[in-house]
Design a protein around this ligand. Structure first.
Ligand code: VG1
Ligand code: CO
Length: 542
């Protein structure tokens, strides 16, 4: 078989963001675009003699990209690639396969919660041998490589048959096509009390799991319906489609509205959940009650010991900086460590590897643990089910008891999408410049205790990440955070994170938007969002 060495030139803008490189699909399908980036990955991590995992969320171009990546892996001398059948793997399942098979890392094809299709988004990210997203130093090296690249390697060969499980070879490289679900489902059985959850379903417990026509469908059907005995039809939108059936696979109350309507309707099931494009995010909803991701993290941390995999307790809890402090209160009560990291799962890797944290979470519907090195949507759903099965209470009862014990961190995120990049940058620039003068000012009746641009020093390897979000803290414990998204593919998305603490026992039952109203007004006033961007109202509220 011939290896072709194809001359190429650097393509601008191949800089990975919060989670890999994401672009419009036509951009990714453009001449040399995918090839340049993949070659840059192999140039940085080295491919000769190595074993990688490969899979994606099934979005448009997933199947073609997989064939290209396989041919390039072979041309770069890789010994073996483990591929999910049909080139499908959820992000957490890919993370697990990387670890289980002690491979040298993996390539995941996904733009996660971004819509998919010929005119929507595509993405590629590299995960390390620990199963987690490449840290900043590595993604920076890959980006640098894309700016210098002069050639890439690819073998001339027919497509590999990825439809059938089994071993084949490609130009001397072993290709193992594996069932995408089996190993992941087996891992879940080691962590959770499947018998207890099965008994709960047998007792009439009803659930609706909305996979949003994205990757978790086959996983959810196998685990919830086949293994746990949930009624047929519990899993909806369970067939992964290249365009996600036109859905926006971002599990939040706006994009998973059908699920929300169901859960707040007259015949609502006991429990509802949704997951995102690549299966690492989750939204959980009780009958008539929405669980904010920050609260979900705190409740999971407080109750994880009820599941067999966590019966010996947690080593620590980590959350991203914009995530509410609800989990910190649980960590304090448990007497374990708590950590505050920048946005993006890659920052949890060291804490998990070092055994400092067991459970991690982000306000953006991401929760996970040290069972893999990614956030894991179905894992969170199963932990909730395990807790519900043991406590035999409703989601509403569990939340109420949690708030009564710890107080409530009212929380919301407002997103302003597709702002012109220069306007968003100007706004953030002005805000950063204003930070030193904010302390002591009184806004909306609240005194500013401090304001900064979050910087993080990794406690394990001492690497430093700066400019991770502007935060303004008030003396009453309220705060707001502003940062620009690193996953979008169009203009800038401004994220405004809002938090206010109510110790209780009174005032625990407010609508979060009402409870947060002064903080929202203060954020708009201080950041002058309308003045810079022309936007008054957010596009998405979670
Ligand atoms: C967003 C979220 C962040 C998450 C990231 C990847 O990033 O805010 O918490 O880790 O998406 O999630 P940003 O930079 O747009 O705010 V996923 O499920 O899209 O891989
Ligand atoms: Co995702």
């Amino acid at each position: 078989m011939t290896i072709r060495i194809v001359p190429t030139q650097p393509i601008a803008g191949q800089k990975p963001g919060t989670s890999g490189l994401r672009k419009k699909t036509p951009v990714f399908m453009g001449h040399h675009y995918l090839e340049n980036f993949v070659q840059s990955i192999f140039d940085v991590v080295g491919a000769a003699g190595k074993t990688f995992v490969l899979g994606g969320d099934g979005r448009y171009f997933n199947d073609r990209a997989a064939q290209v990546i396989l041919r390039m892996a072979a041309a770069n001398g890789a010994a073996r690639v483990i591929v999910g059948q049909g080139a499908i793997l959820s992000t957490p399942a890919a993370s697990h396969l990387i670890r289980l098979n002690r491979t040298d890392g993996g390539i995941i094809m996904s733009a996660s919660h971004n819509p998919g299709g010929p005119e929507e988004d595509f993405g590629v990210k590299f995960n390390m041998p620990n199963g987690g997203p490449a840290p900043e130093a590595v993604t920076e090296a890959m980006f640098k490589r894309t700016t210098e690249i002069t050639e890439y390697r690819v073998v001339e060969a027919q497509d590999v048959d990825l439809a059938r499980v089994g071993r084949t070879s490609l130009a001397g490289m072993v290709v193992d096509v594996v069932d995408p679900v089996a190993d992941y489902a087996a891992l879940m059985e080691t962590l959770f009390d499947f018998a207890a959850i099965r008994a709960m379903f047998a007792g009439g417990f009803r659930m609706r799991m909305d996979s949003m026509c994205a990757v978790t469908g086959p996983y959810a059907v196998e685990i919830l319906e086949n293994r746990l005995g949930a009624a047929k039809g519990t899993c909806v939108n369970a067939v992964p489609l290249p365009d996600f059936g036109g859905m926006h696979p971002d599990p939040n109350p706006t994009w998973a509205k059908a699920l929300m309507d169901d859960m707040f309707g007259p015949d609502a099931p006991d429990f509802g959940a949704a997951s995102d494009g690549d299966g690492d995010r989750n939204m959980v909803v009780g009958r008539g009650i929405y669980v904010s991701p920050s609260d979900s993290l705190a409740v999971l941390a407080a109750n994880a010991h009820l599941a067999p995999g966590y019966a010996r307790g947690l080593k620590g809890v980590a959350r991203s900086m914009p995530t509410s402090a609800a989990a910190d209160r649980v960590a304090e009560a448990l007497g374990i460590g708590s950590y505050e990291t920048p946005t993006g799962w890659k920052f949890f890797g060291n804490l998990l590897d070092a055994g400092r944290a067991t459970i991690c979470g982000e306000e953006s519907f991401g929760t996970g643990s040290d069972h893999v090195r990614e956030k894991d949507g179905l894992w969170a759903v199963l932990l909730w089910l395990n807790i519900l099965a043991v406590r035999k209470q409703t989601v509403a009862e569990i939340l109420k008891e949690h708030w009564a014990k710890f107080g409530r961190n009212y929380y919301s995120r407002h997103d302003f999408e597709a702002i012109a990049t220069d306007k968003a940058d100007a706004m953030m620039g002005a805000l950063r410049a204003a930070l030193p003068g904010l302390k002591g000012q009184v806004v909306e009746g609240m005194t500013i205790a401090g304001a900064d641009d979050f910087a993080y020093t990794d406690p394990v390897d001492a690497s430093v990440s700066t400019k991770q979000g502007v935060r303004v803290m008030f003396t009453d414990g309220s705060r707001f955070v502003l940062r620009l998204s690193g996953t979008g593919t169009e203009g800038a998305t401004l994220r405004m994170y809002l938090e206010r603490y109510a110790p209780g026992p009174d005032g625990l039952d407010l609508d979060p938007q009402v409870a947060l109203a002064p903080v929202i007004r203060a954020a708009h006033g201080i950041a002058r969002i309308a003045e810079f961007t022309g936007r008054k109202d957010p596009d998405v509220v979670t």
